[in-house]
Design a protein around this ligand. Structure first.
Ligand code: FEO
Length: 396
C-alpha cells in the first residue's frame, strides 16, 4: 500500500468514518468525518493521537504497514475525548512497551475512561521529547477542546499536531492535504465543526492561535479533516475570524411550525429582508434541519430571526434545543428578531422572549405575534417590516 507522507519519516495513518450518523451522538455527519493519526518513525517511534475504537483493525493495519515489525515507543495523547482515545487499550495491547505521553491533566480523565495506565510520561508546557532527529515539543491549549488539550510541535519539520484545533467535519475523499481538494467544499463543514465544538471556547481558541504564532509552523496536522501545508494563511484567517466572531452580512431565519402558518410568516419576513438588500438569506424549518447546521450559519451571519408557533402555552418543542444552544454558545455580534403564531393564548413568542432576555439577545425590532394565519394585511406588514428592520441593522 502506498504510504501517505507528510515528510520522509512522518506518516498519515488516519481513517475515514462514513458510517456514524451522529457525531457525539447529536450532530449529523452527511459527509462523514476523519479521525486523523500520525506516525513519526525515527530512532524512537511516536504515534500521535489514535482513532475511534470502531476503526481499530483498519488503523492497526495502517500503522503496522509503515512500521514493518518495529514497535511503537510513544503514544502521544493530545486530547482525551473518545473519538481519539478510545483505541488506546488496543494500542497498548499491540505494543505492550509503549509509553503513553500526556500532561498532568491528561491522565485522570483517561484512566477514568479506560482504567490504570502503568507506563506513562507526564510532560509540561514547552517540554521536549527527542525521538532522534525529530523532537516533539508540547504546548497546552486548555479548552480547545477539553481542559487537558495540548498540541505537539515537531521542531525539525515545523509540523504542529493540533488535535481538534483547525479540524473539520467531512471524510477525506482521497485528498489528504489542503492543496489536493476544493477548499470551498470543506469550508462549510469546517465552520459547522468550529461553531458547534470549538465556538463555545472561542476566546481560548484565539489564545491558542496567538500562542502558536510564536512557532515556525510549516504544516498543521489536525485530528479531523485536512492537513494544512499550502493554505496556512487561509485556515489561520478563517479560525481567527470565527474566533473573533466577525459576522458576515446575511440573515438566518429559523421557524418552528406545526401546520405551516409560522412557515408562511417566515417567507414574509424573508421577503422584507431581501427587499432591504440582504442577498445571503437562509430559511430553516427547525423540524427539518439538525441544529448544528443552523448554528453554523448563525455563527457566520449577523442577522438572526427566530419564529415559533405556540405549543400548550409554550413554544414549538423542537425550537428549544436551538435556543438553548444559542444561550450556551453565546454567539457575538448578532442582531435578533422574533415572531410566531398563536392559536389560543399564545406561548411561542413569549417563550422566545424569555430565552432572548436570558441570553441578552440584541433585539432590534418589535416582535410579531400573529393570531392564526398571516391573512390580515396588518400582520403581513408587521412581518415584512420585521425582516426589513433586522436587515437594516445588519447592513447598518
Ligand atoms: Fe475530536 Fe474533542 O475530540
Amino acid at each position: 500500500m502506498q504510504q501517505i507522507q507528510l515528510t520522509e519519516n512522518i506518516f498519515y495513518v488516519g481513517v475515514n468514518d462514513r458510517r456514524t450518523d451522529l457525531f457525539e451522538n447529536h450532530m449529523e455527519l452527511p459527509n462523514g468525518v476523519s479521525y486523523n493519526s500520525y506516525l513519526i518513525v525515527d530512532e524512537k517511534v511516536a504515534l500521535i493521537d489514535p482513532v475511534e475504537a470502531g476503526f481499530i483493525e483498519e488503523y492497526l493495519f495502517k500503522v503496522k504497514s509503515v512500521l514493518q515489525g518495529r514497535q511503537v515507543d510513544y503514544l502521544i495523547i493530545n486530547h482525551d475525548e473518545p473519538d481519539h482515545s478510545s483505541s488506546i487499550a488496543a494500542v497498548m495491547r499491540e505494543w505492550p512497551e509503549v509509553q503513553v505521553v500526556g500532561n498532568a491533566k491528561t491522565f485522570p480523565p483517561l484512566e477514568a475512561f479506560y482504567g490504570p495506565i502503568e507506563n506513562k510520561k507526564v510532560v509540561a508546557e514547552g517540554e521536549t521529547l527527542s525521538l532522534g532527529s525529530h523532537t516533539l515539543q508540547f504546548f497546552m491549549v486548555p479548552m480547545v477542546h477539553w481542559p487537558e488539550s495540548m498540541v505537539s510541535y515537531e521542531q525539525s519539520s515545523g509540523i504542529v499536531f493540533s488535535n481538534d484545533a483547525f479540524g473539520g467535519f467531512g471524510a477525506l475523499n482521497g485528498g489528504i492535504f489542503d492543496d489536493q481538494v476544493n477548499l470551498a467544499f470543506y469550508e462549510d463543514d469546517m465552520r459547522r465543526y468550529y461553531a458547534n465544538i470549538v465556538g463555545k471556547v472561542a476566546m481560548q481558541a484565539l489564545k491558542a492561535i496567538e500562542k502558536l504564532g510564536g512557532l515556525d509552523i510549516k504544516m498543521i496536522a489536525p485530528s479531523h479533516g485536512l492537513v494544512w501545508r499550502s493554505n496556512l494563511a487561509w485556515v489561520l484567517g478563517k479560525y481567527t475570524q470565527w474566533s473573533k466572531q466577525e459576522s458576515e452580512e446575511g440573515v438566518v431565519i429559523v421557524y418552528g411550525s406545526m401546520h405551516g402558518n409560522t412557515g408562511v410568516m417566515a417567507d414574509i419576513v424573508a421577503r422584507g429582508a431581501a427587499e432591504a438588500g440582504i442577498k445571503e438569506l437562509k430559511v430553516y424549518d427547525i423540524a427539518k434541519t439538525e441544529v448544528s447546521f443552523i448554528m453554523s450559519d448563525i455563527w457566520k451571519y449577523k442577522g438572526v430571526i427566530i419564529g415559533a408557533c405556540a405549543h400548550y402555552g409554550g413554544m414549538f418543542p423542537n425550537m428549544t434545543l436551538l435556543t438553548h444552544e444559542i444561550n450556551e454558545f453565546k454567539p457575538k455580534d448578532k442582531v435578533y428578531g422574533l415572531f410566531g403564531g398563536m392559536s389560543w393564548s399564545g406561548g411561542g413568542v413569549k417563550t422566545l422572549a424569555k430565552y432572548a432576555e436570558e441570553g441578552k439577545w440584541n433585539l432590534v425590532a418589535d416582535s410579531v405575534e400573529v393570531k392564526g394565519a398571516p391573512i390580515r394585511e396588518e400582520d403581513r406588514d408587521k412581518l415584512y417590516n420585521l425582516g426589513k428592520t433586522v436587515a437594516e441593522a445588519v447592513k447598518g
